[in-house]
Design a binder for this molecule. Sequence first.
Ligand code: IVH
Length: 692
Amino acid sequence: MSLFDLDKEDALNKAKARHAVLVKKIRDADKAYYQDDTPLMNDADYDSIRSELEGLEAKHSELITKDSPTQTVGAAPAKGFGKVKHKVPMLSLGNVFSEEELEEWLAKTRRFLNMGEDAPLEIIAEPKIDGLSCSIRYEGGKLVQAATRGDGAEGEDITENVKTIVGIPHTLPDDAPDILEVRGEIYMGKADFEKLNAEQEARGGKVFANPRNAAAGSVRQLNIEITKERALKFFGYALGQVSEELGQTHHEVREKLKAFDIPETTYALGHDRAALMDNYNKVLEERPDLDYDIDGIVYKVNDLALQERLGFVARSPRWAVAHKFPAERAVTKLLDIDVQVGRTGVLTPVARLEPITVGGVVVSNATLHNQDEIDRKDIRIGDYVVIQRAGDVIPQVVEVLFDKREGDPRKFEITNVCPRCSSLAIREEGEVAIRCTGGLICPAQAVERLKHFVSRLAFDIEGLGAKIVEEFYEDGLIKSPQDIFTLEERNKGTLTPIRAREGWGDLSEKNLFASINERRKIELNRFIYALGIRQIGEATAKLLAGRYGSIEDMREVMQQAVDQASEAYTTLINIDGIGASMADDLIGFFAEGHNGEVLDALAQHVEITPYASPLSVDSPVAGKTVVFTGSLSISRGEAKAQSERMGAKVSGSVSKKTDYVIAGEDAGSKLKKARDLGVTVLSEAEWIALIA
Ligand code: IVH
């Protein structure tokens, strides 16, 4: 052996030893981070250990083993999960909170279907288990993919994690459809949750607030070994994409799923409010004895053909609704009242409470809504108050326990000065809200707008969460939306790069820029929503995106619409779902010079793609404007929903721009106007033939 070889061997031995140390450090850090939710080190330190390990392995490839942290999924927290586009969107549910609201939902559903008030309508009632929704896809009888809901259109790939959940079949019997997506809920039983928390506590790890958080935290683990150790369960409650029908009713679908060994829950069938209420009360009584947390009952129209006709509104189906259990309440002391400034400048009083556990969650803040609420309930600092918490809703102060009030505490009054920027805060006529007039000079509004801009239904920039937006704003890194897109450029050559900030490192910096760059292309509907225009939510943003096609066209129209006598204005308020007050906010937004500057600047950095409306189908009426008048065989609601599904726009009034007027029996003035203007008039039968 030559001296040279000895040197080499020595170097390799040294590298081996160092490698072992680094691997152990990373494993310990991973375990602490993933399993115990108590990180041992910050990102920067973690990154530097990892890059040292990568460097070593690059030099000595013989050190790369299959289970080296550089080769396993669990080792890279910043890498995250892959994305999965849902073939059929994963939606959420509307809520009812009382017997009256349930009755109203049943009546509305019957009305939509043009059914008589007492016509039988079969409903299935299922428990609403509080966990996280998941879509499991089988192809050729094999479990091939599992995904979280995400924003409903795109979720995270958790296939490997889901495969570890006991009870979820990996293969289906031969008679299962070739493609079958089962939608359901992953959850943790109460006993398993208690046990997990006891273990966490014993090893000094973080305890989870409730079974739902524990389930979510256990599934979203890059190291599937951890998921495997956690006692997770699943039940199926609906279908996503299927290559073959499983039945004609939800009940039949459930029976089929059961036959495929997909875990199911109990359910009840009912026709009317009385039967559904009986079931509700029975389950409510059984609730404490169940081994899983439920937060309500889900009602579903049983007949799938009716489900199809009912369809969806925004993000929830018309054919299902959640009947929530009463909120949980507790008494605590009101320590103070702070005033928060929201995205649109609204000043909201927030109660600071002596921390108390309500339904398994520690609550220390609650909303007080507005000054009127405080006055009406006569809430004063120092009072003992009843607070309630329902599901994910922000806790609320319900009432004051007056017999526990000591002395005569001073009344609380929101001042007319913004607590953040000292601009005048005013209460507009007819509004309960008091608003800061500072606009974007108000740091609170600017930051809230930025947070909204990057939020999940808007630009959805991973790694740019609320806390970081606040920090970056404070430090002047991001003052306005367009700054997000110049961040990487400005970071180059600076003495204070992001990676040098506390808690940051090379990897997290790289990941941040990658997720920003991923969003340089964005759909118009998301872009409009991201602007944070008052009253313009996700659904309205889609409506506008579908109507105007591009941001340039939209801007132009909004500028013309300043003149209320203009056609632009009339068209705008004639869009179904847009009222005069929304129109005011829209026009106001685009008339504001500063907003124009932001839009111009953004245009330099982002490419806005057309809204791929699920409605813009290939149909003979796509893009056409239609008006219904007179009485039709189906309800007006269904006619409207059906047309929209075919890509048509439904308007409430006839103008030169109307393409078709569909005239039912006893049509009146709209029919006359259509004839006067020479608009094509169709009978209901002709319309049905056209869209068939
Ligand atoms: S049906 C389009 N059924 O509740 C159909 N959801 O608040 C939507 N959930 O996202 C879901 N139990 O995660 C349905 N029996 C049940 C459910 C259930 C729990 C969850 C699900 C959904 C959320 C909506």
